[in-house]
Design a protein around this ligand. Structure first.
Ligand SMILES: Nc1ncnc2c1ncn2[C@@H]1O[C@H](COP(=O)(O)OP(=O)(O)OP(=O)(O)O)[C@@H](O)[C@H]1O
Length: 287
């Protein structure tokens, strides 16, 4: 944990105009965002839009080729990746999963499993866990070391709708009880955790950003999914003024086509998302 001398207002992580380039291609460019203590930031965007790349740059797993990343000194990060390199042919218990990459006092391990609702599955085989249980085990593993920043790459992947709500409840609980910052990567373009403070929509760059609308304002959503869901999930409605073509070029709303798209080129805007239509063209999923 960071010392209490760390000013609460200072971001845990800030990205300034970050670009990552591989094989002569910019995977992401012009990425700017900050995460502060107690804040939940959600990255959304189509497949391949650079969500994981931006998250990895934020936590220092990946070095940016341009721009800069500032991290609070002594920052402890808990990272739950999208994929885990586990040899599934070998038996592995939840207990062993918790200590795979380093020792952990029994008491802290049990406290983390309890917080994640997984204490009763200590001796279960990881291979036999359901999607939701597996995510909880990974989350327990991440929170056991008391991170200042928790990064969750698609935490509800492969989890059914009620499991998704339960996991978001758990994430909220973790944030409320520890005050850590949370960076979430969402698998859904339009529905985000209601507690999200800032949604960042990526498409190789930051397309737009804002707060999610509170679903309590949307009776249709409440009717559709029930009030329990509405408390946990929010619709992030937004508008893009350009489309990324399959060949990488960019079609703008005025009909012009350019090779590149960069936040400085005058085709992007920040707005409050309150009254815009959805205009997604790639990798779109609807709630
Ligand atoms: N090490 C690498 N070398 C070359 N290309 C890479 C590398 N890592 C990622 N990419 C490419 O960068 C792009 C962005 O990948 P990234 O995983 O950040 O996207 P994402 O938004 O998280 O996608 P998804 O929703 O599919 O998980 C993709 O086109 C991917 O193929």
């Amino acid at each position: 944990m960071l010392s209490s001398a760390t000013p609460a207002s200072k971001p845990l992580v800030s990205l300034h105009n970050v670009g990552v380039r591989r094989d002569a291609r910019w995977l992401v460019r012009g990425v700017d965002f900050t995460i502060s203590r107690g804040e939940i930031v959600t990255l959304i965007g189509p497949n391949g839009s650079g969500k994981s790349t931006s998250a990895k740059a934020a936590i220092g797993v990946l070095k940016p080729d341009e721009g800069r990343v500032e991290r609070a000194s002594g920052l402890k990060v808990g990272y739950v990746p999208q994929k885990l390199a586990i040899d599934w042919t070998l038996p592995l218990t939840v207990r062993r999963l918790m200590t795979l990459t380093g020792p952990l006092p029994e008491r802290e391990m049990m406290a983390a499993l309890e917080a994640a609702g997984m204490a009763h599955m200590l001796n279960a085989e990881v291979q036999h866990l359901s999607g939701g249980e597996f995510q909880r085990a990974l989350m327990a593993r991440a929170i056991a070391r008391k991170p200042d920043l928790l990064v969750l790459d698609e935490p509800v992947q492969g989890v059914d709708f009620s499991g998704e709500i339960a996991l978001y409840d758990l994430i909220k609980q973790i944030r409320n009880s520890t005050g850590c910052g949370i960076l979430l990567i969402s698998h859904d373009l339009h529905v985000v955790m209601a507690e999200t403070d800032t949604v960042i929509c990526l498409n190789g760059h930051v397309c737009c950003r804002g707060t999610p609308e509170t679903v309590s304002q949307s009776p249709e959503y409440v009717r559709l999914f029930g009030s329990r869901a509405a408390k946990t999930l929010a619709v992030y409605s937004h508008h893009h003024d350009h489309t990324h073509l399959p060949d990488g070029r960019v079609l703008h709303s005025d009909g012009s086509v350019t090779d590149h798209c960069h936040p400085d080129d005058g085709h992007h805007h920040d707005h409050d998302h309150s009254d815009h239509d959805h205009h997604h063209h790639a990798g779109e999923r609807h709630a």
